[in-house]
Design a protein around this ligand. Structure first.
Ligand code: PRT
Ligand code: ZN
Length: 210
């Protein structure tokens, strides 16, 4: 029997719920903050704790068989993986936002404007579909401070409550993509009976909740 590997976020917004759903499936494992790998005692499974950005590629390349990660990260990395199950947590929307007093009123007004983001692939695809050419500035974090500092005219980022936009003098302008955590799998493991068993357990945990 092959020992499967599942990659989940090491720390951050998806870690706790990812651990919780696996534990609710009856899997027994240690969740030490310092270890990068944990062996499940009662199922042929190892858990890898990774940065979320690395998860889609690990699953695509078969280093992990399964993964739990936000759809936004899968789309941004363009990884070739199978979507097995939406998990109902980590919900958010990726939005373009502008300054409260901005004179940007319609999408076409973004032509020639600088947009700061950590998600250039998703943004580029959206703008291309709309026939808009903006100057996409890729930065790795804190994109919300860009317009206030004069670094960009708009931003494209994840929004959940909208509190961060508000406190930086920004307001939502256009919704581009909604996202939630999903279970993904490597294309070669779909017929594996242990994967089927795990998927069935995850689905009964989810339906017991709803
Ligand atoms: O360290 P690692 O690389 O693993 O983690 P990370 O820092 O890249 O990601 P993390 O833990 O912040 O988020 C993991 C995933 O959670 C994201 O890829 C999304 O799929 C999902 N998610 C859900 C969110 C949010 N909600 C969210 N609100 N990710 C980020 N945010 C940010 C948002 O960008 C804003 O800056 O949280 C801030 C607060 O949002 P508001 O609107 O509630 O104020
Ligand atoms: Zn990340």
């Amino acid at each position: 029997m092959k020992t499967l590997k599942i990659a989940i976020q090491k720390s951050g917004r998806l870690n706790e719920k990812s651990v919780e759903i696996l534990k609710n499936c009856g899997l027994s494992f240690e969740n030490y903050k310092s270890s990068l790998i944990s062996t499940v005692q009662n199922f042929p499974l190892e858990i890898l704790f990774l940065r979320d950005d690395d998860i889609p590629e690990y699953v695509q390349d078969g280093i992990a068989d399964l993964g739990i990660v936000g759809e936004n990260v899968i789309t941004e990395t363009k990884a070739g993986v199978e979507y097995l199950q939406r998990l109902g947590f980590g919900k958010c929307t990726l939005k373009i936002a502008i300054q409260t007093g901005s004179n940007i009123e319609k999408l076409e007004d973004l032509n020639g404007k600088a947009i700061a983001t950590s998600y250039p692939v998703i943004l580029e695809k959206f703008l291309t579909e709309k026939g808009i050419k903006s100057d996409i500035r890729t930065i790795s974090g804190s994109v919300e401070i860009g317009p206030g500092l004069g670094l960009s005219d708009a931003i494209f980022d994840i929004v959940s409550t909208g509190g961060t936009l508000k406190s930086n003098g920004l307001k939502p302008f256009a919704d581009v993509m909604s996202s939630e955590a999903v279970l993904i799998g490597n294309k070669s493991i779909l017929d594996n009976p242990e994967v089927a068993e795990l998927l069935q357990r995850i689905r009964s945990v989810l339906s017991a909740k709803s």
